[in-house]
Every structure is written in structure tokens, then in C-alpha cells.
Design a protein around this ligand. Structure first.
Ligand SMILES: [Zn+2]
Ligand SMILES: [Zn+2]
Ligand SMILES: [Zn+2]
Ligand SMILES: [Zn+2]
Length: 288
């Protein structure tokens, strides 16, 4: 094959326009469709995985963003799925160094495995020397399995062990919160972090969503056992790793995004448990 015929071959090959690529994008994730693709009963298409996530996030029936008709998870758009096989794009992580060109249908699988994808380290890297590295969405499962992190369910009131740390020891700890909304939705996982700064004599709490797609409002309250009206409450939105770095560096971050409690406040809310003589306080977490 000489150069000329090679050139003409290339010219004849269909060149999708920008409009075409736009029409291959899902309105929920603003990214290329990931199969399986499902539709509303008027024919607007979405990634099935996006519908499953968003439906539960909004706590409402899964309805089409364009026409408000119900989206039917079993109504696949096979023709659009076949089109995903026909066109290629560069891997999303090309700027990080990936040179792979993949079809739109191979793309989700490649990007899940791509060696250039962003990965996070385990929270316990520093003080338990855990070498785990992975996708942010897998962290909660890792924490539960490898570090015996406690799971909580929605609206749960629980006792928080409070061992006032001495001047030289700082403490931080995590709990995995599993939140289930609606019968048919996937459970969401959040992580409650606390950190006590002995320099500032401040205890701070924040709730993180390891999955960057998931955002949720929450209220966290520290309750006084003897006086129900007297509580410390904070309302916030779950944070992810890009928005908020390590909780140890909380004083460099936006302090309005977390619950801060002074040492004196905690002491006035805490109580000694008769069984184990340890000091606790009561905490409640609710998501909306
Ligand atoms: Zn989507
Ligand atoms: Zn529609
Ligand atoms: Zn890649
Ligand atoms: Zn780990």
C-alpha cells in the first residue's frame, strides 16, 4: 500500500464531529455512555449505572431529566450500545501519561484498570503501615475488611469512646457509615473521621464520601444525656478527597465544613460508663 491510497483511506473513514461525540454523552454523568444504556419511555438514554445512583441520591423515582417520564432500567438501547463499539477516544488519563486509544464501549473497563488512574492510599498507611492503594470507591470496603472498621446505619445513635488524649498523643479514627435509602437503591458508604488536636484542644469531625460522585447533606449532633435540648449540632455536606485533604491538617482547610468541639464542651457532654469505667459521649448522625 502506497502513501496515497493510505491517505484516501483515511479521508474516507467516517470522522465523527464534535456534535456526534456530544450525542454519545449521558446527561447525568456528562461523560460518554457506559453500557448498559437504558431509556425513558420516550427514548432519552442514560447509563444504567448513573440512573441507579442518581435515583437513590435524589430519593425520588428515577425520572428523565429531559421529559420527566419514568426511566425504565430494563428498557435497553441496543443500537446506541452497538455504536459505542464503532468509535474510539483517548483514555481519560491521557494527560497523566496513558497513550491508549479505546472504543467507547471498552473505555469504562480500561479506565477502571488504567495504570494512570488516580488512586488513593489507605487511611491507615501512616500508623498501621498499610500498603493498600486503590480506587476511592473501594476504600470503604477495604477499611471494613482489613481494619475492622465499625459500620453504622442511618440515624443511628451511638456511644463514642472518648479517652482524653494526653499532650503528646494525637488520635484519629474512622468509622464506616453505611446508608441505605429506598428499597431498590444501592447502599451508600460514608466515612466518619474524627481527629483530636491536642495543640488546639479541639476535636473535629467530618464525614467523607469516598465516591466522588456521591454528595449528601448530613446533621451530626453530640447529645447531652441529662438534657435533651442541650446539644451541639452541625449540618454539612459530605466531602471527598479532592476537596479536603488529611483530617490532621484540618486547620489549613475550611473550618466551616466540619464540626469542631472544644475540649471543655466534650467534657461537659461526656459520661462514665459503669460497666467499663470508660468515658463516652453520645453522637447521632442523620442524612437527608
Ligand atoms: Zn452516565
Ligand atoms: Zn425522557
Ligand atoms: Zn488509560
Ligand atoms: Zn489499609
Amino acid at each position: 500500500m502506497n502513501q496515497d491510497s493510505d491517505l484516501s483511506l483515511r479521508v474516507k473513514r467516517p470522522r465523527p464531529s464534535n456534535d456526534f461525540y456530544e450525542s454519545m454523552m449521558c446527561l447525568i454523568c456528562s461523560d460518554f455512555f457506559k453500557p448498559p444504556i437504558v431509556q425513558c419511555n420516550k427514548g432519552h438514554s442514560y447509563c444504567q449505572s448513573c440512573v441507579q445512583k442518581t435515583g437513590s441520591l435524589l430519593e425520588q423515582k428515577k425520572s428523565c431529566a429531559v421529559c420527566r417520564s419514568p426511566i425504565l432500567l430494563e428498557l435497553r438501547n441496543y443500537q446506541l450500545e452497538q455504536l459505542l463499539d464503532k468509535f474510539t477516544v483517548q483514555c481519560t488519563h491521557s494527560l497523566k501519561g496513558c497513550s491508549k486509544v479505546v472504543t467507547l464501549s471498552q473505555r469504562p473497563e480500561h479506565e477502571k484498570m488504567c495504570e494512570f488512574r488516580p488512586q488513593i492510599s489507605c487511611y491507615y498507611k501512616e500508623f498501621k503501615n498499610c500498603q493498600w492503594k486503590g480506587d476511592s470507591g473501594d476504600l470503604a470496603e477495604h477499611l471494613t475488611q482489613a481494619h475492622d472498621v465499625q459500620e453504622l446505619v442511618r440515624g443511628m445513635l451511638f456511644r463514642y469512646l472518648w479517652n482524653p488524649p494526653n499532650e503528646h498523643i494525637w488520635r484519629y479514627r474512622y468509622r464506616v457509615l453505611k446508608q441505605v435509602i429506598g428499597g431498590d437503591s444501592e447502599p451508600f458508604t460514608f466515612i466518619l473521621e474524627h481527629y483530636y488536636s491536642s495543640d488546639d484542644k479541639l476535636l473535629c469531625f467530618l464525614i467523607r464520601s469516598p465516591d466522588t460522585d456521591v454528595k449528601k447533606r448530613y446533621r451530626i449532633s453530640i447529645l447531652n444525656r441529662n438534657d435533651e435540648a442541650n446539644k451541639i449540632a452541625f449540618e454539612g455536606v459530605t466531602l471527598n478527597f479532592e476537596e479536603f485533604g488529611h483530617i490532621k491538617d484540618f486547620s489549613k482547610g475550611d473550618l466551616t465544613k466540619m464540626l469542631l468541639v472544644t475540649y471543655q464542651q466534650i467534657m461537659s457532654f461526656s459520661f462514665v460508663c459503669e460497666e467499663d469505667q470508660a468515658v463516652y459521649f453520645s453522637i447521632q448522625i442523620q442524612f437527608f
